[in-house]
Ligand binder design. Structure first.
Ligand code: ADE
Ligand code: ZN
Length: 333
């Protein structure tokens, strides 16, 4: 039995495997800069966040039809089920599609078609987060959110991602005010490459409920104390952190230190097709390379459940699954 977890930091466009990308390009008549699967595979070496985003945004241009978005989401859910994911709060970078002329409905209807049957099809409950690109204009983000709200599309929250440094949370106060006024949940990437102040500003100015990443919070003892006191969830992505050089190598990853501080951290896969694995691969990596114990794994799983937007009943159901896992993995056995 795999550790039962909630996956809360997952970009659907980051689940496009190279084969899917090449097939969709052929199907949709998209000419990619890469001529073969081998050439595409050779591009998966990153020096920082931007070098990864450059590849991600080219590859996602193969997505054109409602069926493409449905198949992308189904492929993720199928793989996530095998990885132990019992609840997923997946995000889509909608502006990466609207800016190239793909209608909002094509994206949302396709993703929803997979999410709406995912409990029956894959045993995974889901929520949908619409992420906004911080390196595009705040006015565009407000316009897209306004159109989404008017369209009747069903989604549960908003996020903020893409290039971080130089695009502080203060730019997006209006977007987050609009989201909260409409009863949406709010999360944001912060402290991946950006400074600790971006984490504090995401809490104070955007009033986010979770921080995606948050690694650089560790540089500020006052901020750490606040995150612990308020039990703000940090959705940490170890394999992503290594591939994007947020940490030097897995052995140096601060996940155990974060737990020891009492931070509400949990482990997620970010863009699994780009960073060497899904949530099970992230978990195996921190066990093998950081020495994370079974007790710590259970803590990480429980944190992921508590940080989710599930109701009390949904959380209790998943906690009882972690109880079963813990019992089977207790030292006495
Ligand atoms: N978009 C997809 N993955 C991301 C990440 N790790 N940071 C910022 N933007 C992203
Ligand atoms: Zn991310």
């Amino acid at each position: 039995m795999r550790l039962p977890v909630a996956e809360l930091h997952l970009h659907l466009e980051g689940t496009l495997e190279p084969e899917f990308i090449m097939d969709a390009a052929a199907r949709n008549g998209v000419v990619l800069p890469w001529r073969s699967l081998e050439e595409l595979r050779s591009k998966y070496r990153f020096t920082d966040l931007q070098s990864f985003l450059d590849l991600l945004y080219v590859n996602l241009e193969v997505l054109h039809t409602r069926d493409d978005f449905e198949q992308m989401t189904r492929s993720y859910l199928r793989r996530a089920a095998a990885a132990g994911v019992r609840h997923a709060e997946a995000s889509t970078d909608i502006q990466a599609h609207t800016r190239r002329g793909i209608p909002i409905e094509v994206v949302v209807d396709g993703v929803r078609a997979a999410l709406d049957t995912s409990e029956d099809d894959y045993g995974i409950t889901t929520k949908l987060i619409i992420s906004f690109l911080r390196d595009r204009s705040p006015d565009e983000a407000v316009d897209v959110l306004t159109r989404l709200l008017a369209s009747g599309a069903r989604f549960d929250g908003i996020g903020l991602d893409s290039a971080e440094v130089g695009f502080p949370p203060s730019l997006f106060v209006g977007l987050y005010d609009l989201a909260r006024a409409n009863g949406l949940h709010v999360v944001a990437h912060a402290g991946e490459e950006g400074p600790p102040q971006y984490v504090a500003d995401s809490l104070d100015l955007l009033q986010v409920e979770r921080i995606d990443h948050g690694n650089r919070s560790l540089e500020d003892a006052h901020l750490v104390a606040r995150l612990v006191a308020e039990q703000i969830p940090l959705t940490v992505c170890p394999l992503s952190n290594v591939r994007l050089r947020v940490v030097d190598d897995l052995e140096q990853h601060p996940i155990r230190r974060m737990l020891a501080h009492g931070l509400n951290v949990s482990v997620h896969s970010d863009d699994p097709a780009y960073f060497g694995g899904y949530i099970d691969d992230n978990i195996d990596a921190i066990v093998d390379r950081c020495g994370v114990t079974n007790d710590e794994l259970a803590r990480l799983a429980r944190n992921s459940i508590d940080a989710s937007f599930l109701d009390a009943e949904g959380k209790a159901r998943l906690h009882s699954e972690v109880d079963v896992w813990s019992e089977a993995h207790s030292p006495a056995r």
